[in-house]
Design a protein around this ligand. Structure first.
Ligand SMILES: [Zn+2]
Length: 323
């Protein structure tokens, strides 16, 4: 289980930009690039991009062949790396020229340190931005006329390693003694499902209290109470959350109506004040917080389930092929 964030190991290249950054409004994807230069420092990338008339280096993250990870533009800023998707994606560039060239040295393979670092960066970005839905090589971005990141760039290998089987050992199975963000989210899920964690709450540590709550949930859906959170448990949770979703939506609609009526009344008797309206408004605010939290959890869970089911299907397919 990972606890470290990309911010913990990403180095600051201390580049001086010639203008203001724009904050990226959404983060839907990651675009992978190569530097189109077998060797390049962050500063060199910056200078090349300044010469193009940009405010500076266009990528957010730069991964060198030695595996070092550099922040060029801040992670949160709109980059200049892939036309059409700059304001919804993070640009990650790898040092190297991973495409045949007549004019300069090129690389036919990626050093292991760099490959591992790229996989780690993507995994950690997925952790940091649960909204990410896609990972593409620059050439795969619709409308892009480029070979980037090049035919020798192990694109598929990197994307597979970052999103599929290599994650499985880390997150598909949780039990007492585990700790980290996955456990924290499990605890939030348990609470959303009405299980109580009175003493430790969402502390990110899978202790006796979390285990008891997991077993209580498993009992309620007829699963074996062995304290283990596996894919079957996660799917049962998703199913239960989807049932709750309809009820919660209905409740919210009713409450919104009640508040509307009371607010209209309140406008009429402005001076006297109206406790009931205040109470309902407070109730609605609380309900809205729960609502937002609930859908965030539901989205993350759906993503997790998808991530886990996919490699299992893949495995089943390869077994079939063996026959
Ligand atoms: Zn590119």
């Amino acid at each position: 289980m990972r606890i470290m964030s990309i911010r913990d190991y990403m180095k600051n290249a201390n580049l001086i930009f010639k203008g203001e950054f724009k904050r990226r409004p959404v983060t839907n994807g990651i675009v992978l690039h190569h530097a189109a230069a077998s060797q390049a420092t962050p500063q060199q990338i910056h200078e090349w991009h300044l010469k193009r008339g940009w405010i500076g280096a266009g990528y957010n993250v730069y991964v060198r062949k030695d595996g070092s990870v550099w922040e060029l533009r801040p992670l949160w800023a709109v980059g200049a790396h892939a036309e059409g998707v700059n304001s919804e994606s993070i640009g990650v560039c790898a040092e190297g020229m991973y495409h045949p060239s007549n004019s300069q040295p090129y690389d036919r393979g990626m050093p292991a340190a760099q490959l591992d670092a790229l996989v780690k960066v993507i995994k950690d970005l997925l952790e940091e931005y649960p909204s990410i839905k896609w990972i593409k090589g620059h050439k795969e971005v619709p409308g892009a006329a480029t070979a980037c990141p090049g035919c020798y760039f192990p694109l598929e290998k990197i994307v597979m390693a970052a999103t599929n089987s290599s994650n499985i050992g880390e997150v598909d199975y949780m039990k007492k003694g585990d700790r980290g963000p996955e456990v924290k989210r499990l605890q939030r899920l348990l609470m959303a499902l009405g299980c109580q964690l009175p003493k430790y709450g969402t502390d990110g540590i899978f202790g006796a209290e979390t285990e008891a709550a997991v077993n209580a949930f498993k009992k309620s859906v007829g699963l074996q109470q062995n304290g283990v959170v596996d894919i079957i448990t996660m799917m049962a949770m998703a199913e239960k959350l989807l049932q709750d979703k309809t009820a919660l939506e209905q409740e919210n609609a009713t409450l919104t109506n009640r508040v509307q009526i009371l607010e209209d009344e309140l406008k009429r008797e402005l001076e006297s004040g109206n406790e009931a309206a205040e109470r309902y408004i407070k109730e609605l605010e609380e309900r809205n917080r729960r609502f937002i939290e609930f859908f965030k959890l539901l989205n993350q869970l759906a993503k997790e389930v998808e991530k886990r089911i996919w490699p299992i299907q893949k495995q089943a397919e390869s077994v079939e092929k063996m026959w």
